[in-house]
Design a protein around this ligand. Structure first.
Ligand code: F55
Length: 816
């Protein structure tokens, strides 16, 4: 990982290369637009990463070592250019080169569209993990889908969410991607299973009736300060032949295009649901397409490297990012049984020592099940294999717990209450050598509540790997001023050794350092305020507390609890002459799944409340509410460095980990949070004095439920809360439209308040009062902020990856 191994940089050659790429794009230097120059820059840089990608691919040491294959339907990578420049060690050199061409590097970087190939935390985690694998040179390939449209773009029309397609590659293509036709695969669907006889044996063979080409596009994952470049290989669905030529020749032009239309639809769009299983056929087709193409590519690499099929688990491990790629397990079995004609036991021994599964949720509505009938139709051979896996598994259960029908019912891969469904999580646990949750608390709950019988049957299989975030993107790149300050104090190694940040703790009480640290925060707040002024025309007070909740919109994440607090602050400002508070700006950013009506109602309510408060002259600059539209990675890079307060307020037991909590703490924000997900571990690291914990914990939640929870009783006993809720029913926030915000009122009052917003309200207000008090003591606040940055080194995704490597994958780093 020594910087000196990286290529020498020839500035004038690079400038010539940029102009050549510009010319190839059809532009001349004197008339080219900023966007043209950005494309030329990307293509010129990609020349270097492509050659390193190919060199890494041919590296004998890597071929002879064990690799991890990270299978994920989502990789929320964000813009690549700035990050790759940092990894290549070329950021300053390129800034210099482009300035000689009369260009500003930051302006060029702003031209890039985010590849938003993921929904939220799960997809972003996959991107951070690829970064950390490359940085530490653990052999890896990421496998995903090449969606034509990423997560929808969000705008607001009179406060309501509108969705528009995200054509992230349009119109010129994405400069970093490399199409690899020589590595394409053909993937089957539908059809039937035949029995073939050969040399006295019978074999089963699937005969699909639809075939679609899987075309891989590689994105370069550049290792920080190394020449290691691993591929993020994204499969695109294409018609096998452009037209059904015979139909075309017969003059049936529209029918001839049918295959094109079907195949072209396959990877057209990312499904926009997070933590919700919609059960659509096309989604299952995407999952199988992704799994089958990836398994085929993994086997190709394994065999081309000269290894025996039976040695697959020694050279390749396949990490399943949630259950979305579960069908890879029966797919590998199918290939081993039907194509390579191994016996069941040998095939199962190989497959079940190759796969490992990460669980990201306990929410029942997010646990994937697919109808047996659908799988049998779309993938008839896979359904047979799933039955056989389950049959043998049920025998194992019988041996462990004889005659125990209840055990078989909960453990079975098939749920036969009602329409018969395949439980993908059960299939994953049965077919994997390791299963992990994503934070200590979550992993405990996976064992205790989700899979207690599996934990008893396979002790030790269920483990924990606490999530992490890449410090390269989430500190060095997005917060250059803080990064420079840190480097001045402790040197330049911290982006690769984040535990070193602990050395910053010694300056927490140093008033000079406190001032510089908070000056950096102030500049980041000014940058965000500038963005808000320019795009939303709202003027912000940058002395105010910047209180930030940025994440997908979901009831369990409780943006509406935050909203109730905002309303109560507003009402107190208006009604209590003696009420004083530090000025605050409350930021929200969140996309709602297009089909999730209540989530959209909450967005609408926040926008309406914001409009009212921001335009009420009685409030002045004491309180502002800003809903930043179209939340995405590049927006997070502006918001996170500017946060004073990080809202992590999910109902305890519901947020598996959270990773925004880690990003904001790293950038010196203080968390207000429940004892949920990784908040628990952040508290352990930063200490009780430097975090604001409130609300019921997991045990408190069950006790309350046990006792019988009555939100109405809470409503009637807390005047502040009652007033806030009542204001949702009148015209306070929706003049002329009383009741327009009723869905939000009803979600806590009529529906039994499933996520206990009212139960936690009073303690949430108490914690916010503590924040208000502490923020007014600038030195104390600075101390807490510094200690947050200093003490969250544990949450580097480099550490997460080392945990996977040591406890699950057993890889060796290959230094190039
Ligand atoms: C996407 C599609 C489906 Cl079908 C289901 C879930 C998702 C999804 O986006 N899940 C998700 O983001 N889960 C989050 O994973 C993070 C990384 O582990 C966690 O930090 C977070 O708690 C969890 O909600």
């Amino acid at each position: 990982m020594t910087p000196k191994q990286q290529h020498a940089f020839d500035k004038s050659a690079f400038k010539i290369s940029m102009v050549q790429h510009l010319t190839q794009l059809g532009h001349a230097p004197d008339t080219a637009q900023l966007r043209d120059w950005y494309l030329a820059l990307g293509r010129a840089l990609a020349e270097h990463t492509t050659s390193d990608l190919v060199a890494t691919e041919h590296d004998q040491a890597i071929k002879q070592a064990k690799s991890v294959n990270y299978l994920s339907l989502e990789f929320l990578i964000g813009r690549l250019t700035g990050n790759n420049l940092i990894s290549m060690g070329l950021y300053d050199a390129i800034a210099d080169a482009v300035s000689e061409l009369g260009l500003g590097l930051t302006d060029l970087l702003e031209q890039e569209r985010d590849p938003s190939l993921g929904n939220g935390g799960l997809g972003r985690l996959a991107a951070c993990f690829m970064d950390s694998l490359a940085a530490q040179q653990y052999p890896a390939v990421g496998y995903g889908l090449h969606y034509e449209y990423g997560l929808f773009r969000q705008s607001f029309h009179e406060g309501a969410q509108q969705e528009a397609p995200d054509a992230w590659r349009e119109p010129e293509g994405y400069p970093w991607e490399l199409v690899r036709p020589e590595l394409s695969q053909i993937i089957g669907f539908y059809g039937h299973v035949e029995v073939v006889e050969e040399a006295g044996h019978t074999y089963r063979q699937w005969v699909p009736s639809l075939k679609i080409q899987a075309m891989p596009w590689d994105l370069p994952i550049v290792g920080y300060q190394s020449n290691t470049v691993y591929p993020l290989r994204l499969w695109e669905g294409r018609a096998l032949t452009p037209f059904a030529l015979d139909a075309f020749n017969a003059g049936d032009y529209t029918h001839a295009q049918q295959a094109d239309i079907d195949a072209g639809n396959l990877t057209k769009v990312l499904y926009p649901n997070d933590n919700h299983d919609a059960g659509k056929t096309l989604r299952l087709m995407q999952q199988y397409f992704h799994s089958a193409a990836s398994v085929a590519d993994i086997l190709r690499r394994h065999l081309e490297a000269g290894h025996a099929l039976a040695a697959l688990p020694e050279y390749e491990t396949i990490q399943l990012n949630d259950t979305h790629p579960t069908i890879a397990i029966p797919e590998l079995m199918r290939v081993l049984l039907d194509d390579y004609r191994l016996g069941w036991d040998e095939a199962w021994s190989i497959a079940s020592r190759t796969f490992a599964y990460t669980n990201h949720t306990l929410l029942p509505e997010a646990l994937e099940t697919w109808s047996e009938a659908l799988i049998a139709r779309l993938l008839p051979r896979h359904m047979e294999i799933i039955f056989e896996i389950n049959h043998r598994f049920m025998q194992e259960v019988e041996a462990k717990w004889p005659d125990d029908v209840a055990k078989k019912q909960v453990l079975s891969v098939i749920d036969d209450k009602g329409e018969r469904m395949v439980r993908m999580a059960n299939l994953c646990v049965v077919g994997s050598y390791a299963v992990n949750g994503v934070a200590a608390l979550h992993s405990q709950l996976v064992k205790r509540d989700l899979f207690p019988e599996f934990d008893a049957l396979y002790p030790g299989r269920i483990q924990n790997v606490t999530n992490g975030i890449t410090p390269r993107r989430w500190l060095k790149f997005c917060n250059p001023d803080l990064s420079n300050l840190i480097s001045e104090k402790i040197g330049e190694q911290w982006p690769a050794q984040l535990e070193q940040l602990e050395q910053i703790a010694q300056y927490a009480d140093d008033t000079a350092f406190q001032k510089i640290f908070m000056d950096v925060k102030k500049r980041n707040k000014q940058r965000l305020a500038g963005w808000v002024k320019e795009h939303l025309d709202i003027t912000l007070n940058t002395d105010a507390i910047f209180d930030v909740q940025i994440k997908r919109l979901h009831e369990y994440k409780r943006q509406h609890l935050n909203l109730l607090h905002v309303i109560s602050l507003y009402q107190r400002l208006l009604n209590e002459p003696d009420f004083d508070m530090a000025p605050r700006v409350v930021f929200f950013a969140a996309k709602a799944a297009p089909g999730y009506e209540l989530a959209k109602s909450i967005i609408y309510a926040i926008n309406k409340v914001a409009e009212t408060i921001n335009n009420d002259p009685r409030v002045g600059d004491k309180l502002k509410v800003v809903f930043i539209p179209d939340y995405r990675v590049s927006m997070a890079e502006i918001i996170i460095p500017a946060a004073d307060v990080s809202e992590q307020i999910s109902m305890a037991g519901k947020e598996a980990s959270g990773t925004g909590n880690m990003k904001m703490a790293l950038n010196g924000a203080l968390t207000i949070g429940t004892m949920d997900g990784a908040n628990v571990e952040i508290r352990e690291e930063v200490g009780d004095d430097n975090i604001y914990i409130f609300g019921l914990d997991v045990d408190g939640v069950s006790e309350l439920r046990q006792k019988g929870y009555q939100p109405e009783a809470v409503y009637h006993s807390q005047p502040l809360l009652k007033a806030a809720l009542d204001s949702l029913l009148d015209e306070t926030f929706t003049p002329g439209q009383p009741g327009a915000l009723r869905p939000v009122f009803d979600s806590v009052m009529g529906s039994g308040d499933p996520y206990l917003c009212l139960a936690d309200f009073a303690d949430y207000v108490r914690a916010h009062n503590d924040i208000d008090r502490d923020y007014r003591d600038a030195s104390q606040w600075a101390r807490k902020a510094i200690l947050n940055t200093a003490l969250v080194g544990k949450f580097s995704s480099d550490r997460s990856i080392r945990d996977y490597v040591n406890n699950i994958w057993q890889l060796e780093a290959i230094k190039r």
